[in-house]
Design a protein around this ligand. Structure first.
Ligand code: NAI
Length: 655
């Protein structure tokens, strides 16, 4: 039932008042209940503040918390009385209301605690305690209030359910079942109360409290203040509340959600941020071009072209929890797919304007809903530098009668039915996620073992975008000589999580006649696909064998001894897909050697190879003997000097 759609326009008073009414709030010593009690007290109601004063998992008892909230209400000039009984004896709480204030008009069933266990380990006591307090407690308390409501032909009841009940949550079978039981109880009370003017509604809150301290990331905790939920409760228990039997928030109005503008943001970065990102996706000084991404004073310093993946960190995701027309339960949100288009090379530092828009919401029925979030970043002169589309998968949010397809989606690639053209390995390290999170995504799922266990993971998982960064980086190095400007588009689906320390195998297929590399990324240890349907679209750049030349320059600087044994000019004829692309001369007539473009008049050795193969040779990823045998490398000239050149081709390799 849709609460929002039932509200008549402009019929509510400016301020909801409860003068002369008596409200009971259970579990009001802290968290959400305290905020409800304070608001109702401020707005004229006399409040019975009930709290057992137990711990987060229901242990112990104390009168302190209820007393302190009563004091707060009285300090502000309101009326309040404390009650310390458990809701299991809810009739005593109602008795307090009658004894202290002579009546009861409002009952907010809010008390509760958690006893999370995986279903395998759940014992009778875990199940029973949760049911006794959440479901049976609400029954006992409400049953005691019901005759009063009937007699006075007025009553307002709020029951508290949870997203864990509506959608399920790992480790909360007991809690989910009790919370869903409250939905059923609420529906029936709404029906039975109708002719007596007893209105019952079910609240599904989301707020930072001791219950959710291990559920929501720290950023969410700061924003999801319990005080923001209290006005909804005030509306639900007001005389003018027109809803009964509603499960709030539940109104779906996709058109309205699509019309809603998310607030634009700024994304600011410095070389330090881009270098940290490059390191966290595995860029290393051991690669021929590692230095260019890791050293801001390098001649050809570049921000890694996958860096725009971070722009989405500027999105205030908590906004989605209250998105008009389609409020999202953030605990059910998964990153489904990622698409990225680079429009302009990224400056080394910038302040970008980042615009967000939900371009569509797709109904996937029982499975859930897909939310397409478009992110566009523009530079200081207003040029768009990157467009990113994040596909959010929202578990349990489907079945709202929406369309199952969208023209706004960017399709994944179909992996060819043949062996990959190349498989590129990358071993992630144990601390990969610990490093990547410093780039901005601080979700504890990637670092906190307890949090990961709650999410059903054996240990903290790697960020999906980190695995994507690693994969695309390997593809760029293999197929585009690691030229940052070669990257045009990237798409992939996050199929399964990766654990830090596992080895990624990026299977790649070059599509004939197209500058498109289709890929999937597997986990070596499990053989399962982590990134599926991926592709990278490359732009034919004018590398002029810049990649090989840059590697050569770097290598020569690192190996000054080369000149001692060669003492001559070495000619590198670099080709691109078989065609001559550039010439480099390695002048080893004096130490440490010098690299320049051009053609030597009388080289002592001439090396001919494709730009990408030369880069592989220099990095040691391709064995010179293999390259020679496969025709990828041709060497002519003084054979006596060839051995001396081995220092150029990876460590310990022999020409
Ligand atoms: P909280 O732990 O801050 O407050 C719950 C209060 O209930 C505590 O003060 C506790 O002492 C009291 N309590 C526990 N057992 C009791 C009993 N047998 N009798 C009387 N009082 C008892 O937690 P929070 O977050 O304020 O939760 C309030 C309600 O909202 C709970 O029913 C919870 O399940 C529900 N909820 C909260 C969500 C959130 O995001 N915080 C999400 C979904 C549901």
């Amino acid at each position: 039932m849709h609460l929002c759609s039932r509200l008549p326009q402009n019929s509510m008073p400016d301020q909801l008042r409860f003068d002369g009414q008596v409200a009971v709030v259970t579990g009001a010593g802290g968290g959400l209940g305290r905020e409800y009690a304070l608001l109702l007290g401020e707005r004229g109601a006399a409040v019975v503040v009930n709290d057992l004063g137990s711990s987060r998992d229901g242990q112990g008892q104390s009168s302190k918390t209820a007393d302190s909230v009563v004091q707060e209400i009285r300090d502000k000039g309101g009326k309040a009385a404390a009650n310390y009984d458990s809701v299991e004896e809810g009739h005593k709480i109602i008795e307090t209301a009658i004894k202290e204030f002579g009546r009861i008009d409002i009952l907010i069933n809010n008390a509760g605690f958690l006893r999370d266990r995986s279903f395998m380990k759940m014992e009778d006591i875990d199940w029973d305690l949760i049911h006794r307090v959440h479901l049976r407690g609400a029954f006992i308390t409400t049953r005691a209030a019901w005759p009063h409501f009937r007699r006075q032909k007025y009553g307002r009841i709020v029951l508290t359910s949870s997203a864990a009940g509506l959608f399920g949550n790992f480790g909360q079978a007991n809690y989910s079942a009790a919370k869903m039981g409250l939905v059923g109880l609420g529906q029936t009370l709404a029906v039975e109360g109708q002719k007596h003017n007893i209105v019952t509604n079910v609240l599904v809150p989301a707020a930072a409290s001791r219950l959710t301290e291990s559920v929501f990331p720290a950023e969410f905790q700061r924003l999801l203040r319990p005080a923001l939920v209290a006005p909804v409760v005030a509306l639900l228990c007001h005389a003018d509340c027109p809803a009964s039997g509603a499960v709030a928030p539940a109104g779906v109005d996709v058109a309205r959600a699509l019309r809603t503008r998310l607030p634009p943001a700024r994304y600011q970065y410095q070389p330090r941020d881009a270098i940290l990102y490059a390191l966290s996706i595995g860029v290393s000084l051991s690669e021929p071009h590692g230095l260019r991404y890791l050293y801001e004073a390098h001649d050809s310093y570049a921000v890694h072209p996958m860096f725009p993946a971070l722009f989405v960190n500027a999105v205030d995701f908590t906004r989605l929890a209250s998105l008009p027309g389609f409020p999202m339960d953030l605990s059910q949100l998964l990153h489904g797919e990622q698409y990225m288009e680079l429009k302009k090379p990224l400056p080394s530092s910038a302040t970008l304007d980042v615009d967000f828009k939900i371009s569509d919401i797709i109904d996937k029925g029982d499975k859930g809903a897909l939310v397409l979030l478009d992110v566009r970043a523009s530079d200081e002169v207003g040029d768009e530098v990157a467009y990113v589309q994040v596909t959010i998968f929202l578990r349990g949010a489907g079945g709202f009668g929406g369309h199952a397809r969208s023209e706004h989606t960017t399709a994944c690639a179909i992996v060819p039915d043949r062996a990959p053209d190349a498989t590129l390995p990358y071993s992630t390290c144990t601390d990969q996620a610990a490093l990547y999170r410093l780039c901005g995504d601080r979700n504890p799922l990637h670092i906190d073992p307890d949090f990961a266990a709650l999410g059903g993971q054996e240990r903290p998982i790697l960020h999906g975008l980190c695995g994507l960064g690693v994969s695309v980086h390997a593809i760029l190095a293999r197929y585009a000589s690691d030229q940052p400007e070669a990257l045009v588009k990237v798409k992939a689906r996050f199929a399964r999580p990766v654990l830090p320390g596992q080895t990624l195998l990026v299977d790649t297929w070059r599509e004939p006649g197209a500058d498109r590399i289709v890929f999937q990324t597997r986990v070596k240890e499990t053989g399962r696909v982590a990134l599926s349907g991926g592709y990278v679209e490359l732009r034919a750049t004018e590398p002029a064998a810049g990649a090989a030349g840059a590697s050569l320059q770097q290598l020569v600087a690192q190996r000054p001894g080369l000149a001692d044994s060669v003492r001559g000019l070495v000619q590198f004829n670099v080709t691109q897909r078989g065609r001559p692309a550039a010439g480099w001369v390695l002048d080893l007539t004096s130490a440490p050697g010098r690299v320049s473009r051009g053609t030597a008049a009388a080289p002592v050795v001439t090396v001919t190879a494709d730009d990408a193969h030369l880069v592989e040779l220099f990095s040691g990823r391709l064995e010179p003997s293999t390259a020679l045998a496969q025709g990828k490398l041709k060497v002519a000239g003084n054979p006596a000097l060839l051995g001396a050149l081995r220092g150029l081709f990876g460590t310990g390799s022999r020409v």
